[in-house]
Design a protein around this ligand. Structure first.
Ligand code: C5P
Length: 229
């Protein structure tokens, strides 16, 4: 089934990312490429990592009119990536168009949605005229995501228990904000350990700095894989 660990490759150049990846293998982890690295290194870099056997989560959070998002999903999928994402707030019409684009090109790429960014609190939501509490809004958008036929959502580990109960065992819950015991929390505020996240029903965890800034990344990776097995 493969590792439940997705390492966030938050590097500013392809060279730095490749240096980090060199001792890793696809059995140990999956890899997430976000805006920073994608803008710096481009689609050929993504393809290179796909060709070396890694499952790649291309975290570009598409949010645009349905036709544009559908086309972007088709292009992303043609790179051979394992997973992509969109913003659920782009609407059910946008999410359905994205999913249909993948079906039409016979793609096996998984597609998940971001519900509410964890940087948004109730006050921030109210400033864009959303009066729901963040947890209610997450619940609402996760429901919309599942009804639109997507494979799952990005969520915080705190939301995972509620979402797992409601959406069943096959709905993917992909969770950042994870800190192995003893590691720095950095700017993440609501954190869980890998074992707690597994217990909460998370499908995959996203971990960045505790691994990428460690002097012994392989040790941290092994420990996380053991904790989650
Ligand atoms: O270094 P750290 O483990 O905090 O990295 C977490 C990764 O997950 C980063 O790439 C960050 O952008 C991403 N992320 C997050 N919180 C979200 C969504 C994505 O930390 N709500």
């Amino acid at each position: 089934m493969g590792s439940k660990l997705i390492i966030a490759l938050d590097f500013s150049t392809a060279e730095a990312a490749l240096r980090f990846i060199r001792p890793l293998s696809p059995e140990l982890c999956r890899l997430k490429i976000g805006f920073e690295l994608f803008v710096a290194a481009g689609p050929d870099f993504v393809k290179k990592l796909v060709d070396s056997g890694f499952d790649i989560f291309l975290d570009l959070k598409f949010h645009d009119i349905p036709n544009t998002v559908a086309s972007a999903c088709r292009s992303a999928s043609s790179l051979g990536v394992w997973m992509i994402n969109v913003h659920a707030s782009g609407s059910d019409v946008m999410m359905r168009a994205a999913k249909q684009a993948l079906i039409d090109c016979d793609s096996s790429t998984k597609i998940i949605a971001v519900t509410v960014l964890t940087s948004m609190d109730a006050h921030q939501l109210s400033k864009i005229n959303i009066t729901n509490q963040p947890a209610e809004q997450v619940k609402y958008l996760a429901e919309l995501t599942q009804q639109s036929g997507l494979d799952g959502v990005v969520c915080s580990a705190q939301e995972a228990t509620m979402l797992r109960e409601h959406h069943g065992k096959d709905f993917l819950l992909v969770t950042p904000g994870i800190r192995p015991e003893g590691s720095q929390r950095g700017d993440q505020s609501r954190i869980m350990t890998p074992a707690q996240a597994l217990e909460a029903g998370v499908s995959y965890i996203v971990v960045g700095r505790p691994i990428t800034q460690s002097n012994e990344p392989l040790k941290v990776i092994d420990k996380i894989n053991v904790d989650m097995s």
